[in-house]
Every structure is written in C-alpha cells, then in structure tokens.
Design a protein around this ligand. Structure first.
Ligand SMILES: [Zn+2]
Length: 242
C-alpha cells in the first residue's frame, strides 16, 4: 500500500519518504533540503507533511527551506524543536491524508524524542539504530532502555527506519563484546558489502543488537552483572569510547 524511499544525506544520515498511491509523500527527518528537492523532482512526488523525531540539526536542517518551497506543508515534531512547526503533545496518533502514524515517545537520546509507527514501518530517529542505539545525551540510561524495550515490543516484522548508517561500526562493537556470537558474525557477513543496510527487520535486531539483549542472563553473567540496566549502562558506556 505504501512505498518506502531512503535518501542518504550529510555524512551518514538518512531521510525517509513514505509514499501513498497518489504519489504523495511524508518526509521524515530531512537533515538537508537539497537532496530531498532533487529526489522529489526526479520521482515526481508531492510532499504532504514532514515528521521530525528530535531536535538535532542533522535531522531538522532542511526543514526551513522545505517549508519555503512548499508553503502548504505541515510539519510535526516534539516540543523540543526550535522551529515554527506543530508540536505533538499528548497525542498517540497522527492522521495525514490516508497515512496514520502511531506516536511513540522514546526519551533517552533527547528528552522529547518521538518515534512514528505506520505498520510495518518504524521511523525511530536516533533511538534504535541497526545493531545499536543512539547516545544517551539528555535522558537517563533507564529511560533509553525503557524506550528501546518499548520499540522491541512491536511486531517482529517491523522495518527499522533509523536516522543513521552506523550498522558496520555497531556490529564491530557487538563482535568486540561478544566475539563468539555466530548470529552477529553471520549478519556482519551479510551486510558488509552493502552501502545501505537499512531498513533492518526487528526480528534480526533482537538477535544482533546487544542493546536489545540486556535481559539475557547469559550475557549478564558473562560481564558479571545481575540485571538488565547495569549491562545496558556498561554496553552504552563502552560503545561511547569504542
Ligand atoms: Zn540525534
């Protein structure tokens, strides 16, 4: 019913487009405007709205120019974004034309971070990133862990449309932590020659993403922890310096 598009921008960011049957698109996290203009033009697509996950410039940098070019466009995002947009507060759904997005608050990377779910597509910005997760900049580790666990409860078929191409370095880190994990090394071999590894599938993430495996008692024991949060804090702080 919908068609997903991915546009690489800046150094390693992704802008996502979700297209309906009328060639209308929702733009998610346009960190830059120019590549989005070009893409829309080349594919003859009409933008309806922009959804923003959080306030970092590499996710919102193209918004003002896109608003100028398409003056009718609606822009939605959390209140932390210092732009003239419609803030999403206390809403669990967003309906735009024939698109319906479930709004999932996922604090941790930033406090207001939102994820947008339009089954099977999950636009999760810098919260869940393939084989990894975003840094904990504003929230607590407990908040970030809760946010990741919330996303992990979605259907196994969910397609993870994250904000960055970090998969290889995340898998390098995962293999550094769990060198004998055959699922992680198999996944590394599968993606290592690809320049674009997204979207990934939640079912795979549950096996290859160490930040989704902190409940695993065997892994906790390996690192001498006895609870999920301590292991998560350990992995996240090790990844910060990896
Ligand atoms: Zn960010």
């Amino acid at each position: 019913m919908y068609k997903l598009h991915i546009i690489p921008v800046l150094k390693d960011n992704y802008v996502w487009l979700l297209e309906n049957n009328a060639k209308q698109v929702i733009i998610i996290d346009p960190g830059a405007a120019e590549p989005v203009f070009n893409y829309l033009h080349q594919h003859n697509l009409t933008p309806l709205a922009i959804l923003l996950t959080h306030h970092h410039i590499d996710h919102i940098g193209g918004v003002v120019r896109l608003q100028k070019e398409f003056n009718y466009i609606e822009v939605y995002g959390p209140k932390e974004i210092p732009l003239s947009i419609q803030y999403i507060e206390n809403k669990d759904k967003l309906i735009i034309a024939d698109f319906t997005f479930e709004i999932i608050p996922v604090p941790g990377h930033t406090l207001g971070h939102l994820a947008y779910y339009c089954q099977p597509y999950l636009f999760c910005g810098d919260t869940l990133i393939s084989a990894g997760c975003g840094r904990v900049f504003e929230g607590t580790h407990q908040q970030m862990l809760n946010s990741l666990n919330k996303l992990a409860q979605l259907s196994d078929d969910t397609l993870i449309c994250a904000g960055h191409e970090y998969t290889k370095s995340n898998l390098d880190f995962a293999l550094n932590m769990l060198p004998n994990d055959t699922k992680i090394s198999a996944y590394y071999n599968l993606i290592c020659n690809k320049s674009i590894t997204l979207p990934s599938i939640l079912r795979d993430e549950k096996q290859i993403n160490v930040f989704l495996r902190c409940k695993d008692k065997k892994i906790q024991n390996k690192f001498n922890f006895n609870n999920e949060l301590d292991l998560f804090v350990f992995f996240r702080s090790q990844k910060d310096i990896f």
